[in-house]
Ligand binder design. Structure first.
Ligand code: SAH
Ligand code: DHB
Ligand code: MG
Length: 223
């Protein structure tokens, strides 16, 4: 059996055992596929991890950069209390429309706000609206802008804010320091910034799943 098949089967085993019946989230993935969205959402087990992180820290305000069809947004928002809020940023109008329909179907339209536009243009509007202390920030958009998103995350964080960034391994391509791929260079610069940044303590976790081999950074902002 190819190792990728084993990754997929093990992922399914844990999904089935630990958070089996979830027709709503299954329907979200189906709606995304029917709308022609790329299947690049976090995996179910990763979605559950995001949910658990939000729950563990008692998050009431969450920022997500990169909505797609709202799959990770819904996982995260499920951890919020009644008066909690998740803001998610998406520049693709079609993705935002599909996400809005999914969020409504999930009954989370009061908690989830989808802000449409390039994140580097909409992040300043959040600052102007007075958002200064998100409890959890999930970075999962265009990786070439990971460094800028890290700077914004710090602006919109407080001591204790958890920062998670997806896609930092890319099948190991992250090690190619002379890569011509702007996304690889973006992630490498992001890691450089993290290593220089005294305000954040971070680590990176490599992941294998049905989606292949990748990984995420997880960190916490210090005082
Ligand atoms: N977090 C989602 C997956 C996001 S995929 C999930 O796990 O369910 C990345 C998304 O980021 C795509 O929908 C893409 O359109 C969006 N994106 C890419 N560049 C962007 C930018 N500059 N500003 C806002 N959104 C962007
Ligand atoms: C891609 C983007 C993602 O956010 C992800 O988790 C996996 C793949 C992509 O653009 O290929
Ligand atoms: Mg991703």
């Amino acid at each position: 059996m190819a190792i990728e098949e084993i990754w997929k089967d093990v992922d399914l085993y844990f999904k089935t055992k630990l958070h089996a019946a979830d027709p709503l989230l299954d329907a979200v993935l189906k709606a995304n596929a029917e709308a022609g969205l790329p299947a690049i959402d976090v995996t179910p087990n990763q979605g559950k991890l995001l949910y658990l992180l939000a729950k563990i820290i008692g998050a009431t305000a969450i920022l997500e950069i990169g909505t797609l069809g709202g799959y990770s947004s819904i996982w995260l928002a499920r951890a919020l209390p009644d008066d909690g809020k998740l803001i998610t940023l998406e520049y693709n109008k079609k993705h935002a429309e599909v996400a809005a329909a999914n969020v409504k179907k999930a009954g989370l339209d009061k908690k989830i706000e989808i802000v449409v536009g390039p994140a580097l243009e909409t992040l300043p509007t959040l600052e102007k609206r007075g958002f200064r202390s998100f409890d959890l920030i999930f970075i999962d958009a265009d990786r070439k802008n990971h460094p800028s998103y890290l700077k914004w995350a710090l602006k919109l964080a407080r001591p204790g804010t958890v920062i998670v960034a997806d896609n930092v391994v890319r099948r190991g391509r992250i090690l190619d320091e002379s890569s011509a791929d702007l996304e690889i260079q973006g992630v490498r610069r992001f890691i450089d910034l993290l290593s220089e940044e005294t305000r954040i303590e971070a680590t990176a976790v490599q992941t294998v799943s049905g989606k292949g081999y990748d990984g995420f950074v997880i960190g916490v902002v210090n005082g």
